[in-house]
Design a binder for this molecule. Sequence first.
Ligand SMILES: [Cu+2]
Length: 276
Amino acid sequence: MPEPSLRLVSTTAAHAEEHAAPAKMTPADLSALPRTKVTLVKPPFVHEHTQKAVGGPKVVEFTLTIKEQKMVLDDAGTEINAMTFDGSVPGPMMVVHQDDYVELTLINLDTNQLQHNIDFHAATGALGGGALTVVNPGEKTVLRFRATKAGVFVYHCAPPGMVPWHVTSGMNGAIMVLPRDGLKDGHGNELAYDRVYYVGEQDFYVPKDTDGKFKKYETAGDAYPDVLEVMRTLTPSHIVFNGAVGALTGDNALKAAVGEKVLIVHSQANTTPALI
Ligand SMILES: [Cu+2]
């Protein structure tokens, strides 16, 4: 098994640092590994993937573009000055297999106003990548880590001192690290799915004016002081699935044919009422 290029250790505790003396590491040689490029899709949909790994570990390349944009939460026109990965809340779900390398290009558009980064709970060390990926508007960076543990893990933006604001403004998503031989049930039987959907739960903190109406702001920065006050109440003004009221109902309902097995992956990056 090749050694990881970064010292990223298998554990579910995202920010746990190793206290033991690190073993002597040699840089991994990834040049022989196959590479595959994945185009991410908007939730609730998930990019094409095989449930069982084909061949040995590979480098899976993803790109996420950070977009600061207004989004409407409901039919009343309530607005959020959202910060997003790829323009959706939650950000797109990534799928790899255990021991694959995730290679992410993170782009902070020059039309954005804020500094951002990405913290993968599937990786440890360097704040799950957060400490290595801080990008200003107009910059991009590349992060690579080995997905050493199977499971579904949140990723989110985590800029110094601003983590709760960015997460509750929409900057979170998930990565599913499948076992190389696919999912199994509690008895070790193969568990294949015909469809997979990704549902992200999001708490928003929209300020109100003195008449009790939800306020609107030109930019996230303009909204910041008021939003922070609402966040400090630990009481969200809205809790929505996939970014808005109705995102998963009516025409947007998750569909499946009779007899199909559907895997629904749910994430909640910020456990109310404890801001992340
Ligand atoms: Cu951010």
